[in-house]
Design a protein around this ligand. Structure first.
Ligand code: NAP
Ligand code: GCO
Length: 273
């Protein structure tokens, strides 16, 4: 075993596919993996969204077709995903690192949620990570090396009102992570999760809206009281964990969910003064 050295965090020569990474957490992780040397692949559901994503990467200094490759692909569509993997392998190379980031949430009280709405969340947040992981595994198995990182959640461990579908999906994603790690470890493929705390992105914008009277959304003070540092986290604060789990520095880490939550899961909550 080589002596530890910082090159173990180097992703030069690697192809990293971050799903749904036009903006938000996926975009931050993609930029970090590129900073560590990887070539980035991302996808979005339509031409307009893809063009918006490409604009964001260009503004961040990426050269399209060299540093970043973008594809129109709905991650819930298995045929589209399989076709996209063929294009990626032809244009960018075999996928070495997959980050299953694309995700949605529907905040509806369970007794009011339609079964179709529940299914839609499960489809994107759980079925799609299965579909995309299945599509890239053959290439990783052939290379006898690969990294799959699933973006889990506080809701992989905890519940709360109105997020039954999302919690079920993210809880399932935790176990899918552990099962992929179990089934493909012999191919030197590691599958781990990142469990973000509460991150300021479009997905959580409704929970941070300023109220008509100018006060902050009640959820804002709730989550600040549940976070030891008393603040929302930024997408960039997930990047160190992403580079670590994408690199050979984590080759002995497998089936682990790395919570980057500012301590939420360890904390009962700020006591009243
Ligand atoms: P976001 O701002 O809503 O971004 C979600 C991304 O996923 C968008 O680029 C979206 O593209 C894409 N997407 C959604 N459905 C898709 C589909 N069917 N096919 C392809 N792309 C699709 O969310 P975020 O906050 O960055 O969250 C990213 C991931 O982190 C999600 O899995 C989320 O559950 C998870 N997470 C978020 C937080 C948080 O506090 N923000 C915490 C823990 C975990 P479109 O533009 O086409 O919609
Ligand atoms: C919510 C939030 C959370 C975050 C994240 C927490 O409505 O509670 O959207 O679910 O997105 O998953 O880790």
């Amino acid at each position: 075993m080589a002596e530890f050295n910082m090159k173990m965090f180097d992703l030069t020569g690697k192809v990293a596919w971050v799903t749904g990474a036009s903006y938000g957490i996926g975009f931050a992780i993609a930029k970090a993996l590129h900073t560590a040397g990887a070539k980035i692949v991302f996808n979005d559901r339509g031409q307009e969204q893809l063009d918006n994503g490409l604009k964001n990467y260009k503004e961040a200094g990426f050269e399209v077709g060299k540093d970043v490759f973008g594809y129109i692909c709905d991650v819930t569509d298995e045929n589209a995903v399989q076709e996209t993997v063929k294009k990626i392998e032809k244009e960018a190379g075999t996928v070495d690192i997959l980050v299953n980031n694309a995700g949605i949430i529907k905040r509806i009280p369970m007794h009011e949620m339609k079964a179709e709405e529940f299914r839609q969340v499960i489809d994107v947040d759980l079925n799609a990570p299965f579909i995309v992981s299945k599509a890239v595994l053959p290439g990783m198995m052939a290379k006898k090396a690969g990294k799959i990182i699933n973006i889990c959640s506080m809701m992989s461990e905890l519940g709360r009102e109105t997020v039954s579908a999302y919690a079920a999906a993210k809880g399932g994603l935790k176990m899918l992570t552990r099962n992929i790690s179990s089934e493909y470890g012999e191919f030197n493929i590691q599958c781990n999760g990142i469990g973000p705390g509460y991150i300021a992105t479009p997905q959580t914008a409704p929970l941070r809206e300023t109220q008509p009277d100018g006060s902050m959304h009640p959820f804002d003070s709730f989550i600040r009281a549940k976070t030891p540092a008393g603040r929302w986290l930024d997408p960039e604060e997930l990047c160190g964990a992403a580079v670590f789990l994408a690199s050979e520095a984590s080759n002995a880490v497998n089936g682990h969910i790395l919570y980057v939550d500012g301590g939420i899961l360890a904390y009962i909550g700020k006591q009243p003064k």
